[in-house]
Design a protein. Sequence first.
Length: 462
Amino acid sequence: MVDAENAFAREQLRLRGLLQDHIASFARRDGNVENSTRVVSASDGVVPRYIRIRRMASSGNNVGANKNHEEEEHTVREAVLAAGGRRVPWCPPYASESFYALPPEFRIAQWPLYQQGKVYGMDVASGVAVWALGPRPGDNVLDLCCCPGLKLCMVAEQMHHTGTITGVDISRGRLTVCRQILVKYQIGRAAGVLVSPCSVVPLWCRLLCADGCCFETEWDEAWAGREEDVIFDSRAYDWQGMEARGQKRMNRGARRRESLALRRVLNPAENGAGREGRRERPNEEGGGYDRVLVDADCSHDGSTRHMLKVAGLDDSIRMRSGGFLSEEKLGGLEELQRGLLRNAFRRLRPGGVLVYSTCSLSPRQNEDVVAHLLKEEANAILDPILELGLPLFSCEMEEKGEGGKRSDDNAQANECLHACGRGYLPCRWGSLPGTLLFEPRFGETSGLFIARIKKKQSNSNV
């Protein structure tokens, strides 16, 4: 067993070296020489494994239940610390005890806290994308590239398990994994996860198999007769049966019951009670979502760990050739990203907020895609991400550089790690004002680009 693990680790290191060579070549072709040196010099081997502690929703006036939730969360935090975890010091004040860093070699999947649904395995930079989105209780939220579902779960917690969340992805395989995660953490189970006192309607969560570039609506009428494309609907899922099964796999009878329940909720004639308390169907022209998240498919060059996961060890031939970073594939990715962002903006209501993110450091997949939308859509406004309550470390460093230039890269990276402990957000501005770019060498996170866009109100300039 030990020999097999050592062989696996050696193969991972070998493939990581191949990947870094291809990333450097790709970045130079991309005209992004500066980022090529950053990615290659930042080994994913030193990036911690991050977890987020699951937060139970408020139980209203039930003081005893709220106290039990607090005690349970305290117990989980103590267990995380005992396992070698350390609190991420630069999280916003309202999330100061949610993310923890564990050693890079830590195996989260085998951890009892993870298996019991007490924690999520999620990079803290991805959490910043959700904080930038700013979902509120009762919002109507669309996650246009929702898999594997960790951001979707965080959105549900930010909404206090109220409102509606629609997750869309084109891959049935990825959606099956996403469904398992939603069931594991009971997202949309009104009876199991207690909602906040401000709640009118418990959370309705749905996963739909559709092309994000042309997806239009989650409303029941559009999906009646297409039950096979509704991968999950929290109104139809057999939550009580799950409790009786002990979260074991559904048998044929349970699947049949869920299918019948899904047909009932998709039939408008039988669904009047299900719409009670919900907002009216929005008109298609104005869009209907308060918040839209697009974590677009990309080249994953911001993290060799992600690339290894996507490519897989059995794909080493393609790794050697660098085919997954070929110009042909990247051209297709950019077209896909523009299509996803364009449709996401059209689904947004006037005054709504859209967050676009990728785990790439390539301007062609990041700033260029956002700039294309801003040019194409007159009502689109780039909204600087400033309200997280944390200063950006890179801004201070740029002021220290002589003649307006940045200081030495290594010195900057080292100082950034110390600055994180003082509450600085460990990222820099993208080339578009107000966008954020996380890099592996800063703050020990995976690479991530984040941009926030607002849709103008029809009768105003904001």
